[in-house]
Design a protein around this ligand. Structure first.
Ligand code: ADP
Length: 192
């Protein structure tokens, strides 16, 4: 198994690059944002609880996302590997993920961290809000709140994985294909 964390702030291109990476490497895509939006669409109790938090641009509780990831790992016993997108977002989530993977005798192979400036992030998210149907993308103050949550709670996830020498920074500005090839070359170096 080879497991990847695609890391970076909101709007850094994780979703776009994830689609290409799962196709190229045959990985199972696990996006906590997508899993939460599916709970909201199905109007489950979890979705109803998460919606108001997400609409404020804050993080949903660790237990909720860790529970979703744990079920998704169990539901995919045949996967060649997992691509985590938007998870883990706190150190507690990182520690929980490492435990879940070690129970499966596997681990994170690499953390690919996309680097994008804040002004570019806000511009991309406002632009995505025109068509994404995501209410958290249409309001600039919610976008800024998400970036602040990222700086306050999520950047430390990179420090956590740096202890184990797993983090590689990749420039997240340029064409989609340029960024994709930079990501692939880092994966290929570590997979072999
Ligand atoms: P983006 O990275 O563009 O903000 P996501 O789809 O990853 O988009 O996340 C949307 C929202 O879902 C976040 O603002 C947060 O409220 C919630 N969320 C997603 N993943 C997590 C997570 N791992 N921990 C806590 N909250 C999360």
């Amino acid at each position: 198994m080879f497991n990847i964390i695609l890391f970076g702030p909101p709007g850094s291109g994780k979703g776009t690059q994830s689609e290409k990476l799962i196709a190229a490497y045959g990985l199972k895509h696990l996006s906590t944002g997508d899993l939460l939006r599916s709970e909201i669409a199905r109007q489950t109790p979890l979705g109803l609880e998460a919606k108001s938090i997400m609409d404020r641009g804050q993080l949903v509780p660790d237990e909720v996302v860790v529970g979703m990831i744990s079920s998704a790992l169990e539901a995919n016993p045949q996967a060649k590997g997992f691509l985590f997108d938007g998870f883990p977002r706190t150190v507690a989530q990182s520690e929980a993920l490492d435990k879940l993977l070690s129970l499966k005798n596997t681990a994170i192979g690499v953390v690919l961290a996309l680097q994008v400036t804040e002004e570019e992030l806000v511009a991309r998210l406002l632009n995505r809000g025109l068509t994404s149907g995501r209410s958290d993308d249409t309001n600039e103050s919610v976008i800024r709140a998400r970036i602040k949550e990222y700086q306050d709670k999520t950047t430390v996830v990179a420090d956590y994985y740096s202890q184990f020498d797993k983090v590689v920074n990749v420039k997240g500005e340029g064409t989609v294909d340029e960024i994709f090839s930079a990501l692939c070359s880092e994966i290929d170096k570590r997979m072999s």
